[in-house]
Write a protein that binds this ligand. Structure first.
Ligand SMILES: *Cc1c(COP(=O)(O)O)cnc(C)c1O
Length: 220
């Protein structure tokens, strides 16, 4: 990774020039390493664990927004709801239902992205795109009123082979456009394509990402 590229301002300018939003992924980073990003103007932060997100939110200035980007267990839904602006990791029907139920009880709404799985790795969570298509066909008419679907999130295989990475990014973008045109036609709020991390965010921007989630590159 070229070091000249790893400053916060370079990264944020690369994103802005493509009209994309930067989520600064702060997992495992202490507050004194996160504050300089805040001081440079960053307000949107991503965490992959509920407890760490809540703890950091309490320690950081109040005008930060927090995104949950990691796998969410249904028994943590209630805890996380009051603290997050966006959940990137809506990856299964059971979670969708649990979010809807808890939001109804609390009288709130939550914005979510559908996490799809295109990477070859077995460990990655997410909907298989075909399975997601079936679920949306089946469930969208039920109108989950409190869970607001805003877009798609995807991750690529961890590899140095940038051809594989680009191909997967194209697939994620295609799934996004397919779902948007089939199920959210005319709904301008379904507009988030969350893809791109430290190793592939520039390619992700070229492939149409509107939101990148960058951690290690910001702290290197
Ligand atoms: C850790 C993480 C990131 C950021 O990864 P880096 O390679 O450190 O930029 C992005 N998305 C998710 C879901 C993550 O867990």
């Amino acid at each position: 990774m070229p070091h000249a590229d790893s400053s916060y301002l370079n990264i944020v300018n690369n994103c802005l020039s493509k009209g994309a939003q930067l989520v600064a992924v702060t997992k495992t980073q202490p507050i004194d390493r996160i504050m300089p990003l805040y001081q440079a103007g960053q307000r949107v932060f991503g965490e992959n664990r509920v407890q760490e997100l809540i703890t950091k939110k309490q320690q950081m200035p109040q005008d930060c927004q927090w995104h949950l980007i990691g796998h969410l267990q249904t028994n943590k839904v209630k805890d996380v709801l009051p603290h997050v602006e966006l959940i990137h990791s809506l990856d299964r029907l059971k979670l969708w239902e649990a979010l809807e139920t808890e939001c109804q009880k609390a009288g709130v709404q939550i914005s979510c992205l559908l996490q799809i799985k295109v990477a070859a790795e077995e460990t990655k969570y997410g909907w298989d795109p075909e399975e997601l298509d079936e679920v949306l066909k089946d469930k969208m008419p039920l109108r989950f009123e409190n869970v607001k679907l805003k877009g798609i999130m995807g991750m690529t295989t961890f590899t140095d082979d940038m051809e594989i990475v680009r191909k997967e990014l194209k697939t994620i973008a295609n799934v996004y456009h397919h779902i948007k045109s089939n199920y959210f036609d005319g709904d301008s709020t379904f507009s988030v394509l969350s893809m791109g991390m430290s190793g592939d965010y520039q390619i992700a921007l070229e492939e149409g990402s509107t939101m990148v989630r960058i951690g290690s590159l910001l702290f290197s």
